[in-house]
Ligand binder design. Structure first.
Ligand SMILES: NC(=O)c1ccc[n+]([C@@H]2O[C@H](COP(=O)([O-])OP(=O)(O)OC[C@H]3O[C@@H](n4cnc5c(N)ncnc54)[C@H](OP(=O)(O)O)[C@@H]3O)[C@@H](O)[C@H]2O)c1
Length: 372
């Protein structure tokens, strides 16, 4: 086996220069409870694009000698002040073959098996990960099929778990035609959980309806607020997960929840309904500031929601049960939509920027280090 591994590394210097390139490093040796994975495929997720290019768009980037370069403004630099002069490996999740394993039995059990994992730094030839964090792929699932088989599947399951633990009975999801949204739709249909989908185009309404979604509201329609109140009244959803994280959408959802609760016959109070309306931001697809009129009573909350810290609160047994379900349903409920596959150098190629930086509804681009 080779002794060095290539990895995509993103660096923001204190002088405002961004640099993204392939760097070679020694292949790491797994500790007792770790495995060494030869990465076969890793998806480019929205969070990876942000880490790679610091939130800049394709037009801001130039490529010189297979190195992406850009200059950040002082405001952009301030937002990234926590990562200055620290080279960051990129690629949240991916799948590959376990080629070496530590002495622990959990690690040895994965030797020569294909696994998916969200270990970070997956845009590389080799990556070590804790055996306990891996999902062993079933024999009929290829590494390409399992590449996006960790973060979004576990996010869908963790959203439902959050709903149950926090005493809600139905969910709202924005950007609901996304890969994650389609998984959550299939999961909620399988588990009979009412789900209100918020999308921003008629094409996305049609897509989700074709997947069997009962409630789909289009934020571009003039009667969106009325659509939302009707769907919330029908489902009783008082918990929303907002992937946009910007603009007026969050406030409109909380206001619609309040109106649906009033419609449900709670007596009048000048302080609004007494039922907690909870909205979690879990993505940043819309970089504009969050704006809202506070016209939804006093029982409400907005906060952030992130997968890994949530999983930590659920406990190892529950997370292990999630992983078993993901493995069993990877080709059905948790099937990811893949658009194409490119080598590591594709992340540094303007020809590929337009494909993988679009964040549009449809397939994900996979990175395969073995290519090229
Ligand atoms: N917090 C966590 O732990 C966590 C975990 C997993 C995923 N996420 C987040 O979940 C979201 C979906 O991820 P994914 O992998 O499923 O994405 P994806 O498949 O790449 O889909 C992106 C979706 O976002 C929509 N979109 C893009 N910009 C938008 C905007 N400004 N307003 C409304 N919709 C917009 C696109 O619709 P169009 O076709 O209309 O552009 C598309 O449907 C991402 O924000 C991701 O970061 C967060």
């Amino acid at each position: 086996m080779t002794t060095s591994t290539r990895a995509i590394v993103s660096l923001v210097r204190a002088n405002g220069e961004l640099e993204v390139a392939i760097r070679s490093q020694p292949v790491p040796t797994p500790a007792d409870d770790e495995v060494l994975i030869r990465v076969v495929a890793a998806p480019v997720n929205p969070a990876d694009i942000k880490l790679l290019f610091g939130g800049l768009s394709a037009e801001d980037l130039t490529v010189v000698d297979e190195t992406v370069q850009a200059k950040l403004s002082s405001a952009q630099l301030l937002a990234l002040s926590g990562r200055l002069d620290v080279p960051l490996p990129v690629g949240n999740e991916g799948a590959g073959l376990v080629v070496a394993a530590g002495a622990a039995s959990a690690a040895q059990a994965l030797l020569h098996r294909y696994v998916s994992v969200a270990a970070g730094g997956m845009f590389s030839d080799y990556r070590v990960a804790r055996a306990a964090d891996c999902i062993m792929l079933p024999a009929d699932v290829s590494a390409a099929q399992g590449a996006a088989g960790w973060i979004n599947p576990l996010t869908a399951l963790a959203m439902v778990e959050t709903m149950q633990r926090e005493g809600h009975h139905a969910l709202v999801l924005t950007a609901a035609a996304s890969n994650l949204g389609q998984m959550l739709n299939r999961l909620c249909q399988a588990d009979a959980i009412p789900l209100v989908n918020v999308v921003r185009s008629a094409a996305q309404v049609d897509l989700l309806r074709s997947l069997g979604a009962a409630h789909v509201c289009n934020s571009s329609d003039p009667d969106f607020d009325a659509q939302l109140v009707d769907a919330l009244a029908a489902t009783g959803a008082t918990l929303a997960f907002d992937a946009t994280g910007g603009g007026a959408l969050a406030g409109r959802i909380l206001r619609a929840m309040e109106r649906a609760l009033v419609r449900s016959g709670q007596g009048y109070s000048r302080y609004g309904s007494t039922t907690l309306k909870q909205l979690y931001f879990f993505g940043g697809l819309d970089p504009s500031p969050v704006v809202f009129e506070r016209d939804f009573g006093m029982a409400w909350a907005m906060g952030g929601w992130l997968l890994q810290p949530r999983l930590a609160t659920f406990g190892a047994d529950r997370v292990a049960a999630f992983k078993r379900r993901v493995a069993a349903d990877l080709l059905t409920i948790f099937k990811a939509d893949v658009d194409g596959i490119m080598p590591l150098s594709g992340l540094l190629s303007p020809a590929h920027f337009t494909t993988f930086m679009q964040l549009k509804t449809g397939g994900k681009m996979l990175v395969s280090p073995a290519l090229g």
